[in-house]
Design a protein around this ligand. Structure first.
Ligand SMILES: [Zn+2]
Length: 282
């Protein structure tokens, strides 16, 4: 039997029933409820992955502090990654030996006017993230990190906005929309149990596609220029000090990177500098 190692990256903003910031923030009134919803969607994807032929599954907690999943309630067949920082952030544990990666609970990018809690990595700090001049989502950049290792993305779940982006950007990906944005912090959602059924079926199909060798790996551009609009004016002064970075304007920095791992390293440094800057102004 051939091995089919599956990594599931689980974010929270794209989970069914989640639409407000207090739900996604530790300390928010319904954060504990949102953690349970997130954990249940992870379980649906784990079950579907094994139904589809996975031989191992690891779940990577990919939201905020990355310690959201309720470990005791996770399907015991899967390992899970808890805590941060970690070298590959949302793509931790994806290696050249991984058969397919699944994105659960994903969301639209910072410049998308029609996504629930739309942002790109740093909601408070980044107004937009562009790769080679085009606005991009976390899903697309994470997919490039996997693609550089030869790993395809098989599934994405979240709102209709990110599913539409993924259909264009990720060839052959199975999309499972679980809600539609009414506004930035409002959505019409599927019932959580209906969402979980759809996610399990989608994960099963995605992993079966991977077993059959039917998934394509997204092409990685030869040149990678990463550019970010930072919300606070002063943060760009700090971000431009990263070796090789240039400041293009009051709030915009960019840097050419050699590969997607370096791209993520630069984004993490800009993310951290910006968060620190915002905290220092409070
Ligand atoms: Zn998140």
């Amino acid at each position: 039997m051939c091995l089919m190692d599956v990594v599931i990256s689980v974010d929270m903003e794209g989970v069914a029933g989640v639409a407000t910031r207090q739900q996604t923030r530790p300390g928010g009134r319904d954060y504990q409820l949102a953690r349970a919803l997130m954990t249940a969607e992870a379980n649906a994807a784990i079950a579907g992955a094994f139904d589809g032929g996975a031989t191992s599954v690891v779940v990577n907690d990919s939201h905020g502090p990355m310690d959201n999943l309720l470990g005791e309630q996770l399907d015991p067949r899967a390992d899970y990654v808890v805590g941060s920082p970690k070298p590959a952030t949302m793509m931790q544990e994806v290696t050249a030996a991984t058969g397919v990666v699944l994105f659960v609970g994903y969301h639209a990018g910072a410049s998308d006017p029609a996504g629930v809690l739309a942002h790109t990595y740093n909601g408070l700090g980044f107004a937009d993230v562009r790769l080679n001049g085009h606005s991009v989502t976390e899903a697309e950049l994470n997919a490039l990190m996997a693609a550089e290792l030869g790993v395809p993305v098989g599934l994405i779940t979240g709102d209709t906005a990110i599913c539409a982006v993924a259909e264009k950007a990720l060839p052959g990906v199975v999309t499972v929309p679980v809600k539609t944005a009414i506004g930035y912090t409002a959505a019409r959602s599927k019932h959580p149990s209906a969402a979980r059924q759809a996610i399990q079926a989608g994960a099963q199909r995605a992993v079966a596609d991977a077993v059959a060798g039917a998934l394509r790996v997204a092409p990685v551009p030869d040149e990678l220029m990463i550019e970010v609009d930072l919300r606070p004016h002063g943060a760009a002064e700090l971000a431009a000090r990263v070796p090789g970075a240039e400041r293009l304007g009051a709030r915009t920095v960019r840097r050419r990177v050699a590969d997607t791992r370096e791209m993520m390293n630069v984004l993490v440094v800009w993310y951290s500098l910006t968060s620190q800057f915002i905290a220092s102004q409070a």
